[in-house]
Design a protein around this ligand. Sequence first.
Ligand SMILES: *[C@@H]1O[C@H](CO)[C@@H](O)[C@H](O)[C@H]1NC(C)=O
Ligand SMILES: *[C@@H]1O[C@H](CO)[C@@H](O)[C@H](O)[C@H]1NC(C)=O
Ligand SMILES: *[C@@H]1O[C@H](CO)[C@@H](O)[C@H](O)[C@H]1NC(C)=O
Ligand SMILES: *[C@@H]1O[C@H](CO)[C@@H](O)[C@H](O)[C@H]1NC(C)=O
Ligand SMILES: *[C@@H]1O[C@H](CO)[C@@H](O)[C@H](O)[C@H]1NC(C)=O
Ligand SMILES: *[C@@H]1O[C@H](CO)[C@@H](O)[C@H](O)[C@H]1NC(C)=O
Ligand SMILES: *[C@@H]1O[C@H](CO)[C@@H](O)[C@H](O)[C@H]1NC(C)=O
Ligand SMILES: *[C@@H]1O[C@H](CO)[C@@H](O)[C@H](O)[C@H]1NC(C)=O
Ligand SMILES: *[C@@H]1O[C@H](CO)[C@@H](O)[C@H](O)[C@H]1NC(C)=O
Ligand SMILES: *[C@@H]1O[C@H](CO)[C@@H](O)[C@H](O)[C@H]1NC(C)=O
Ligand SMILES: *[C@@H]1O[C@H](CO)[C@@H](O)[C@H](O)[C@H]1NC(C)=O
Ligand SMILES: *[C@@H]1O[C@H](CO)[C@@H](O)[C@H](O)[C@H]1NC(C)=O
Length: 542
Amino acid sequence: MPIVVFVHKRYNDTQTQLRSRDKRKMKVIHSRIIVVIVWVLVNLSLLPVSECSGSAKCKAWLVQSIPTDMPGLRRVPGVLSTADVFRWLARNSSQRLDIIAQYWQFEANPKDPQSGDFGYSKQDMKRFGAHQGASVYGAIDDAANRNLTIRLLSHSGVYPDYTKEPSKLASGRPNVKNVTLLLSEWWGSGIVHAKVWISDRRDVYIGSANNDWKSLTQVKEVGIYLAACPKIARKVETYFDNLWKLASLNSTAYTTNVSDKQWQTERQVPCWSHFVDSKARCSSPLPGIVETDHVAGYPILSDPHMFKMQLQTPGHNYSSLQPQSSYLSFAPPELSFGKYQADEQAWIETIKSVGSGGTVRISTMDWLGQSQFMKHTIYWASLSSAISEVVFAKNATLKLLVAHWAHFINSTDQYLKSLLYSNVLCNSSEYNHCSGKVEIKYYMVPGFNTTGPARTGNGTRTGNIYPGYTRVNHGKYAVSDVRAHIGTSNLVWDYFYTTAGVSFGTNNSAIVSQLQQIFDADWDSEYALPVEELGEGNAFSS
Ligand SMILES: *[C@@H]1O[C@H](CO)[C@@H](O)[C@H](O)[C@H]1NC(C)=O
Ligand SMILES: *[C@@H]1O[C@H](CO)[C@@H](O)[C@H](O)[C@H]1NC(C)=O
Ligand SMILES: *[C@@H]1O[C@H](CO)[C@@H](O)[C@H](O)[C@H]1NC(C)=O
Ligand SMILES: *[C@@H]1O[C@H](CO)[C@@H](O)[C@H](O)[C@H]1NC(C)=O
Ligand SMILES: *[C@@H]1O[C@H](CO)[C@@H](O)[C@H](O)[C@H]1NC(C)=O
Ligand SMILES: *[C@@H]1O[C@H](CO)[C@@H](O)[C@H](O)[C@H]1NC(C)=O
Ligand SMILES: *[C@@H]1O[C@H](CO)[C@@H](O)[C@H](O)[C@H]1NC(C)=O
Ligand SMILES: *[C@@H]1O[C@H](CO)[C@@H](O)[C@H](O)[C@H]1NC(C)=O
Ligand SMILES: *[C@@H]1O[C@H](CO)[C@@H](O)[C@H](O)[C@H]1NC(C)=O
Ligand SMILES: *[C@@H]1O[C@H](CO)[C@@H](O)[C@H](O)[C@H]1NC(C)=O
Ligand SMILES: *[C@@H]1O[C@H](CO)[C@@H](O)[C@H](O)[C@H]1NC(C)=O
Ligand SMILES: *[C@@H]1O[C@H](CO)[C@@H](O)[C@H](O)[C@H]1NC(C)=O
């Protein structure tokens, strides 16, 4: 019975393709149907019986990394650990493993004077949990030895290892392919910043955790693990394929400079970008493309693609038979495809999904109302506007948690105070009926101000207590009273227009409520401190 249903579903997908494509391609598609049916039968016969008996449903778990030495943080039950999920993805994989990473550093380097890990003792490293990274690396190495097809796509390495780990995995193994993709060659700026694992075209991780040991035990991360979700996995794979294809193309031949009307700047984009005038636009060489015509830029889609499906949530008690809506969103928009919304739209709509008098919770490492890495600075009010709109029109409360750490961007404080000023504006006239509110806190993981190598090159102690680039809240998500959005991007213009990012969102009530719990545990903890509003008048007296 389930076999029939499954095959039928695949067949319908193929039917849709048939309708929309050339009849000349009929033969190819026909043989594809046969291949698909055979593939499905072979695969089903390999699945455990329990999954065949009608219960092979898509399951979703929230995933966290919690830094060591945070005794004051309430633990949310039913949330998985990133290290476990990464190991499972690698170990359960029997055919394919696709990984998008900014950089790799699963193996710690306390002996390398160039490394932020330098000078810590074996005992220190154990206390920091560095062995978790080594074991994830080992699980991928084992997967590579099982002769699976593995594709590793990264921005480029970071000092001092660069591409050592993916190169080591690929070395001497025809089944492992590794590529570096520099988005700055395409957008003049930007990086691959998505953190995505796809195993066997059915299990997926999307979240904030980088492929390094620190992201497992020294940085606070949030992600989602989707298991037995082939429908979602194949869509994420289309995005992967777009990045992979991009890495093989000559950017000089496929980029152009535009005068971007939306952002009022001159900038470089791929020639198929909707920021290019439709007459001058090239046709996209990517396997998956955006189906939106005749627009300048990437305006809000009125009907972004949603998956109406039942998600099981074994990590939470709530269960519902009602299928709920989930979605994927992608950045930059030139790499999106079909009717998937751009990542910026998905963030905005999550904010706007809040009900009257409801609360929107947002957690991010970086927050800026502008661009960070562009030659010409771009002003970017998209998210703060959406927030002020719901504060005014819906009496909504916004709770925003922003990381304060060793690499904090100084101007963040001004932008946060500007957002807090919505509270003054909200109640600025006797004609206003506005009782919404913005609340902002800085998240300081203890030890954030004593990170870096333990010793200098000549052996002198530095006084640092934790390795470099640790002790930070790095999760990027938003959750209203009805919708959860889990992303890979910081809340700064560049991440939406020049940098690769992926989000998964859903109005599944269990995910919504558990993500709220994760946020509240942080918000209520001793590690979150309120950002002060602007002083009474003196900031604007001049
Ligand atoms: C495979 O994944 C499941 C969860 O989806 C997990 O319970 C199991 O331990 C994993 N198996 C291995 C070998 O890691
Ligand atoms: C690995 O798989 C490829 C094709 O998938 C096959 O050609 C090759 O012989 C396999 N190698 C080993 C060592 O099993
Ligand atoms: C990929 O791995 C091979 C084999 O180790 C290495 O020679 C090459 O430099 C790597 N390429 C990239 C882009 O990392
Ligand atoms: C890339 O394209 C440019 C412009 O079309 C051309 O001049 C250049 O030779 C190409 N580079 C490579 C490596 O093919
Ligand atoms: C776009 O502008 C940049 C900087 O002004 C320049 O270096 C680049 O060559 C230009 N690219 C094209 C395709 O004109
Ligand atoms: C589920 O409910 C039981 C009993 O109320 C509780 O002990 C348990 O912690 C709950 N589990 C989760 C994941 O919320
Ligand atoms: C989730 O969204 C779908 C479609 O947008 C809607 O039909 C459903 O009622 C929503 N569920 C909840 C719990 O908000
Ligand atoms: C917002 O709150 C004010 C004051 O309590 C009230 O007058 C107004 O009707 C509320 N607006 C909405 C949309 O609930
Ligand atoms: C931020 O401010 C600190 C202290 O005033 C200063 O040392 C640091 O250089 C500044 N960083 C940037 C990026 O401006
Ligand atoms: C709003 O403004 C009125 C005066 O205009 C003041 O009495 C009231 O306390 C203010 N409310 C808040 C929440 O600031
Ligand atoms: C680090 O921050 C904590 C808490 O704000 C403070 O008590 C401590 O003095 C700081 N340490 C250093 C070395 O700045
Ligand atoms: C070691 O290097 C630090 C700076 O990196 C310097 O301040 C210190 O004097 C050096 N100590 C010795 C013993 O050379």
